[in-house]
Design a protein around this ligand. Structure first.
Ligand code: BGC
Length: 576
């Protein structure tokens, strides 16, 4: 039975966009559509289950595309749906050119992309090129012997004379990054699970085979790729030990106790990205979004990987920001780090399938609705492209799960100090009060829908004008009407304690954006009166007598006249 009722709910999703059809078509046709685009990340296993097996699938996604289009985003990024043993829930691919039966068929994929394009949504899919599954035929061959055809497609190394692994490298998910293969009497490298062997991207034939897989999807009409874990593409060929990174706070995950100078982030990365770019440029108008690890200077690396006159990635994001504290200073530093390559183009994300949901992580002590709205406005005002994670538009908090509910091996290994990623991966709540909030008709979904998530269900929010859902729609519509927010430059402005303020500028349009991270009201003084408050974004901050009054967790947006930037000064005054 098809559960998705999106099309019934939104017979004409385009009407929510608030953008004249001609303008939308023009934007969509631009080769740089990705610049400032907002992508909605779908984690298909948890999005919508159409066949009652407890797992989301492609027909389920298709049935809910209208909901996504109704937000006013520009496209979707779909996490892996390829054949996979699901040891890492799809990031362990055993066939790069297929659809895992639990997600449907290639015909279902074609149908999904057709409907997305009808709704003017671009479609980006994951490509996991750093590693495959150990069930991939390439690895099955490679592991048989040093003389096998694909012997060199993965990273093999002899043991040390005492039988231990070749060096001290650690897997992100715990333990050594090396596992033993008795037939080769050698170790193979894996940066994640032992079932995710690292591909040898210095092997021409392996790279060509990955490009062939990429071509398969580009020919099917995808608009680009999200490239998984690119910092792990290469390692030191001499396999030198990583140096220690002593930390007084000894982290729960030992990966943090090394400086990852030899196992990842090697100097040949830019050249490799240039090669991938030259490959994808054979299909005009497609885009590459790289995932950059959170190792030091991650946002600067995003800049380097994207700032080369259009010869590397189009854009890149990192978990780095999501691991920082929620303070104006942390954001100022992050923006400055990204701006060290001013022509680079970062993608910002506050939530995704790998981290605790932002409203819980950053807003644990705040009023939930206020925090959800503040995060939304801040995210959508930053210079760059944007990824929104499914459920973020509902202000969904992190799910509290018991150990016996967990599926993520990463969380199971480090419980209870680190609970893994399942709390951000629970199914979407579509209908309050329905079994499993309308996600599935199965008795048991693959991860439970927490009782607390019913209150955030889509149908309930549709009926509540104050719900985060409407704030997202309104703000996205408003953002589109202000090109400076979509693709303008950014310049930090001085601001009182607890406030982050910057200017976005494109041509003559200059927009002052101010965000109050504190729960109490703050006043911000404008020295001159060249700022005109903008309306239509949904925030109630005001400008009176040269002062901006920002409510707790409030935001202000004002149009600045074209005046010398140094004229704009602010100073803190205690709240009245
Ligand atoms: C993905 C993770 C995955 C890892 C290994 C990533 O960065 O986002 O979900 O576990 O790569 O493939």
């Amino acid at each position: 039975m098809a559960l998705g009722r999106g099309s019934e709910l939104y017979p004409n999703a385009v009407r929510y966009w608030g953008e004249p059809a001609g303008m939308a078509a023009e934007r969509e046709a631009r080769a740089d559509w990705w610049r400032g685009a907002v992508l909605y990340q779908v984690y298909p296993l948890s999005f919508c289950d159409s066949n009652g097996d407890g797992q989301g699938d492609l027909p389920g996604l298709t049935s809910r595309l209208d909901h996504i289009a109704s937000l006013g985003v520009d496209g979707i990024w779909v996490s892996p749906f390829f054949p996979s043993p699901m040891k890492d829930f799809g990031y362990d691919v055993s066939d790069y050119c297929g659809v895992d039966p639990r997600f449907g068929t290639l015909a279902d994929f074609d149908q999904m992309i057709r409907r997305a394009h009808e709704l003017r949504l671009k479609v980006i899919i994951d490509q996991v090129w750093s590693h495959s599954s150990d069930a991939h035929p390439w690895f099955r061959d490679s592991r048989t012997s040093a003389g096998a055809e694909k012997s060199d497609w993965y990273i093999w190394a002899d043991p040390k004379p005492d039988g231990t692994p070749p060096n001290n490298w650690l897997s992100v998910f715990g333990g050594s990054a090396w596992s033993w293969e008795p037939r080769r009497r050698q170790y193979y490298l894996h940066h994640f699970l032992p079932s995710q062997p690292q591909l040898n991207l210095r092997n021409e034939a392996a790279v060509e085979a990955l490009f062939e897989a990429g071509a398969f999807w580009l020919d099917r009409g995808v608009d680009g790729f999200r490239l998984d874990a690119i910092d792990f593409s290469f390692h030191d060929p001499d396999l030198r030990d990583n140096p220690a990174r002593p930390r007084p706070d000894r982290p729960a995950r030992p990966f943090g106790l090394q400086r990852h100078v030899h196992d990842m982030m090697q100097p040949e990365m830019p050249a490799f990205l240039e090669r991938i770019r030259a490959f994808i440029d054979r299909w005009p108008g497609r885009a590459l979004l790289g995932e950059v690890s959170s190792e030091g200077d991650a946002l600067h690396r995003c800049g380097i990987y994207t700032d080369a006159g259009g010869t590397r990635l189009h854009t890149a994001y990192t978990l780095g920001l999501m691991r920082r504290d929620f303070t104006p200073d942390a954001f100022r530093e992050a923006i400055a780090e990204a701006e060290r390559e001013p022509d680079g183009w970062v993608t910002w994300a506050f939530s995704n399938h790998d981290v605790v949901r932002s409203v819980t992580r950053w807003g644990a002590n705040a009023e939930h609705g206020e925090m959800a709205r503040l995060l939304m406005a801040l995210l959508l005002s930053l210079k760059g492209s944007i990824c929104v994670y499914q459920g973020e538009e509902l202000g969904l908090p992190e799910a509290e799960l018991a150990l016996e509910d967990l599926r993520d091996p990463y969380g199971i290994a480090f419980w209870p100090e680190f609970r893994g990623r399942d709390g951000a991966r629970t199914p979407m709540p579509w209908r309050a009060g329905a079994p499993h909030a309308g996600f599935t008709t199965a008795e048991r979904p693959w991860l439970p829908v927490p009782a607390a998530h019913h209150a955030f269900a889509l149908d309930r929010q549709e009926a509540d004008a104050r719900a985060p859902l409407h704030a997202w729609r309104q703000f996205l519509r408003w953002r589109k009407a202000h090109p400076a927010l979509v693709s303008g430059s950014i310049r930090m402005l001085p601001a009182p304690q607890g406030v982050l303020a910057f200017e976005r500028r494109l041509g003559e349009e200059r927009i002052l954006c101010a965000f109050n991270f504190a729960p109490h009201p703050v006043r911000m003084r404008l020295e001159e009166s060249s700022c005109r408050p903008l309306a239509g974004h949904g925030f109630a901050a005001e400008l009176a007598g040269g002062d901006i009054g920002l409510p707790g967790h409030g935001a202000f947006f004002g149009a600045l006249e074209a005046v010398a930037p140094q004229k704009i000064q602010r100073q803190l005054e205690p709240a009245q």
